[in-house]
Write a protein of this length. Structure first.
Length: 463
């Protein structure tokens, strides 16, 4: 019958492959009278300054816990956030203290980022690579040999091993070491290029209306990006702001406009802040190039975003309006409000408060729940053996949100294979390929989905 790869080229609309898995202190120096390092030098500071440092530390812990928890709601976001945390926090240790362990963790952070969202992570890594090169060539009392052995060598080894492993994975999956599975998928099913300045290709002939509808929607978004580039940029900026900042975390930046001295220049800010601005600018420029943007695409810069928030809160904290400590009050109010909002969001499902999925994603948005498919999988696994399930098209349901048909990377080894019902004649081709499996037909349109044996005399409903 041929390999599964050959079958997928001809009958790819049956099966949706998922062959690519959805697989420090960069904050700068402390401002004003608390610019001294906290680590090991608190005894040199006055009692008032030590109290301020303690309050700031508490604020950081509360704020990070409240405003960062929503980025860890699924495994893909965990991977991206962990990668950036390792890259930033351990990267600073590698720079300042030149410890091999920090450099190794920095390399692991880069590896995690490149294997979760490689495009966005590339733009985040560019300014880091530039800063690393400048640091390496800088003339100071430290010897270049020590930098090479304790930082560059372990970092280079981990990055080399990572790139080699990725190339091996690509080679085993697509037959070419520098051709990711994503590009194979795009060239097979999509006629929409990634960037709006590349001409549209003619749409492939889809044997499934669901695939046709999905890529037709992408073509509409592409045309919008081409015809309205400014509106598209403003829209993605709004989506980014709504998801990562929202009204609450915008307040520190509004206060910053009042707290900055008149005539402040970029050179007045600490080197760490200037580096944050460089990394953010390069990352956002990279994310502005593709025709499509969704909030989770920016996950690699999550830690960067909240570094800006905390740095800004630290800056405005000593701000006074007349004799009133306005900055201190606002920073404390923001930290407390974030904690309260997180508690309310976590408690809402427990106490029965309904959460309606919004059209625009925020940090508090409810993840779409689709319990019927896991329940069906559990029932089929309880029967034992191998199964092939044909799913009748759903009526009036967003296939992108509640889709039954998707499979693991190794479809041959999967106990359950999901396929779209394309009629008895075309279904038979897939039945012949998976001849050793039990056959099922699933009707998801009722109040509860109906799973029945697939019989030749009771074939699927015509499309």
């Amino acid at each position: 019958m041929g390999s599964l790869r050959d079958v997928s080229r001809e009958y790819g609309s049956y099966l949706r492959f998922q062959i690519l898995p959805r697989a420090g202190n960069l904050l700068g120096d402390w401002p004003g009278d608390i610019r001294a390092s906290v680590l090991g030098r608190s005894a040199e500071l006055s009692a008032d300054v030590r109290r301020d440092l303690l309050d700031a530390a508490r604020m950081d812990a509360a704020s990070l816990g409240a405003i960062g928890w929503h980025t860890c709601r699924n495994s893909a976001w965990n991977l991206q956030l962990l990668g950036e945390q390792l890259l930033g926090w351990r990267g600073c240790g590698a720079w300042r203290k030149q410890r091999v362990w920090d450099a190794a963790w920095m390399g692991i952070g880069l590896a995690l980022l490149f294997n979760s969202r490689p495009y966005e992570s590339l733009f985040l890594a560019v300014p880091i690579a530039i800063a690393l090169l400048v640091w390496l060539l800088r003339k100071d009392e430290q010897r270049i040999q020590r930098k090479l052995l304790q930082v560059i060598l372990p970092l280079g080894i981990i990055i080399t091993v990572t790139l080699g492993a990725m190339a091996f994975y690509f080679w085993k999956t697509t037959g070419q070491p520098f051709r990711p599975p994503y590009l194979v998928h795009e060239s097979t099913y999509s006629g929409v290029p990634l960037f709006p300045w590349i001409p549209l290709r003619s749409a492939p002939l889809y044997t499934s209306s669901e695939l046709g509808d999905f890529y037709e929607a992408q073509r509409e978004l592409f045309n919008f990006a081409v015809l309205h580039p400014l509106q598209n940029l403003l829209l993605r900026s709004f989506l980014f702001w709504l998801f990562y900042f929202g009204p609450m975390l915008t307040v520190p930046f509004l206060m910053l406009l009042l707290a900055l001295p008149v005539g402040a220049k970029l050179s007045d800010f600490p080197a760490g802040v200037r580096f944050l601005l460089l990394a953010a600018g390069v990352s956002f420029a990279g994310m502005a190039l593709p025709f499509l943007f969704l909030p989770h695409y920016a996950a690699p810069v999550t830690t960067l975003v909240y570094a800006f928030v905390l740095r800004t809160m630290r800056y405005i904290r000593p701000f006074y309006f007349g004799a009133k400590p306005v900055g201190l009050g606002i920073t404390r109010a923001i930290a407390v409000s974030c904690v309260l909002l997180a508690v309310v969001r976590i408690s809402a499902p427990i106490v029965g408060i309904p959460l309606t999925p919004p059209r625009l994603k925020t940090w508090a948005s409810e993840n779409y729940k689709f319990p019927e498919r896991p329940a069906t999988i559990s029932a089929l696994k309880g029967l034992g053996g191998l199964h092939l399930v044909f799913v009748v098209a759903q009526k009036g349901i967003d296939q992108n949100t509640f889709d039954w048909v998707y499979n693991a990377a190794d479809i041959d080894a999967s106990k359950i294979v999901w396929a779209r019902d394309l009629g008895p004649v075309r279904n038979q081709k897939l039945i012949n390929f998976f001849s050793n499996r039990k056959l099922w037909i699933l009707h998801p349109n009722g109040t509860a989905p109906t799973l029945m044996p697939y019989l030749s005399q009771a074939v699927a409903q015509p499309r």
